[in-house]
Write a protein of this length. Sequence first.
Length: 129
Amino acid sequence: MEPVTVIVAALVGAAKFAADKAGAAAVKDAYEALKAAILHRSKDQAEAAKVLTEHVGDAKGDEQALRKVLAAENVSADPEIVALSTRLLNLIQEGTGKKYDVEFLGRAQGTTIGDGNTIIQQFSGTEEP
């Protein structure tokens, strides 16, 4: 996963986690540390703060403005920010007990979720060679 995707996922995931779980203290602390690191690095702190406030946890899931600001500030080049983002994602995963957040909006046939799965699929109407 590219660093900016990790950062966006951490910010959005933390906001959703806090909304769903009344926020675990460790997640809240890591989230605030990540936001502070991003703001500290930002040239235009007012704009960065505005975007973080408006677009993190946006119900529409609009992450484009957030990605634009992160790219303009080149935060993905900062190893501290990437490390804080990774730590935050790990805390969210531990807090939810879910490694994967999957949503099927239509028919899903032959789908598997998880690590190390083995799948044997049999389709009716086909003959074996």
